[in-house]
Design a protein around this ligand. Structure first.
Ligand code: IPD
Ligand code: CA
Ligand code: CA
Length: 258
């Protein structure tokens, strides 16, 4: 199945690449920061058509069109364009993210970094790869020497959920912090050892499904901010190399208890 997931992530990514740099009509969702372009929709259509053709019985959860449920034990979790703001503003950091779950457990997934032509993928129990190179998380166990990454939710002004306080706390404790604008790529860069850790307060399953498996299969750890395993409704994600996980949890818990 991973070969099929990779194939369609690449095909959708090719359509996204063609749309990059063009003028886009933005359709607003909840506020002026949260919008969708025709390219998000086109990419999603390509992926869903593929699933319907190749795996007609499978269920689909896709960011732009929601749930297409069947009684199948398989669910495709799709973010057709992760990093829409970057895409629309001409910043070449965005991806296509596709995870497949069986009875609620992610069994394989791919994140395609469209402009760098980097295909990250993993299958449960078989490791993680970028193109054909095997990935491993970093070995660093010192938060002070860590490079971390985060993201901010679109509704931060209405629902801040201590996002700024957590950012401030990590600024003081880590070597450096980045904000790239594609959560799926953030996970993959934890898997490849670029980043030692990634946290974000409010993600949806399509942002995190494939990326979480890619981190775990590269030897990393993914939990919520209370060290609990990820379940269907999890919003807060912490992904790390495992070695700085506890130090990051301590900071996240301290901020939650302010
Ligand atoms: C967003 C990106 C961003 C993250 C946001 C996500 P979208 O996804 O992953 O990095 O900070 O929380 O919603 O809307 O571009 O698919
Ligand atoms: Ca997303
Ligand atoms: Ca998206």
């Amino acid at each position: 199945m991973i070969d099929k997931v990779v194939e369609i992530a690449r095909e959708a990514g090719t359509a996204v690449r063609k749309g990059f740099g063009k003028k886009h009509s933005l359709e607003y969702k909840t506020n002026l920061s949260n919008f969708v372009t025709e390219t998000d929709k086109e990419s999603e259509r390509i992926i869903i058509d593929f699933v319907k053709k190749e795996f007609p019985s499978h269920s689909v959860l896709a960011e732009e069109s929601g749930e297409h449920r069947s009684s199948s034990e398989y669910l495709w979790v799709i973010d057709p364009l992760d990093g829409t703001s970057n895409f629309a503003h001409g910043l070449p950091i965005f991806s296509v993210s596709i995870g497949v779950q069986k009875n609620g457990e992610t069994i394989c997934g791919a994140v395609y970094d469209v402009m760098r032509d980097e295909m990250f993928y993993a299958e449960m129990g078989s490791g993680s790869y970028c193109n054909s190179e095997k990935l491993s998380v970093s070995k660093n166990d010192d938060l002070k020497k860590s490079m971390l990454v985060t993201g901010f939710p679109y509704d931060i002004s209405e629902n801040p959920d201590f996002a700024m306080e957590r950012f401030n706390a990590f600024l003081k404790e880590a070597r450096a912090i980045r904000r790239l604008g594609s959560a799926a790529i953030d996970f993959c860069y934890v898997a490849s050892g670029v980043f030692d850790g990634f946290w974000e307060v409010s993600l949806n399953s399509w942002d995190a499904c494939a990326g979480s498996l890619i981190v775990e299969e590269a030897g990393g750890v993914v939990t919520d901010f209370n060290e609990k395993r990820i379940t269907k409704g999890t919003k807060q994600y912490l992904a790390s190399n495992g070695k700085v996980h506890q130090a990051m949890i301590d900071i996240l818990k301290a901020v939650s208890n302010i």
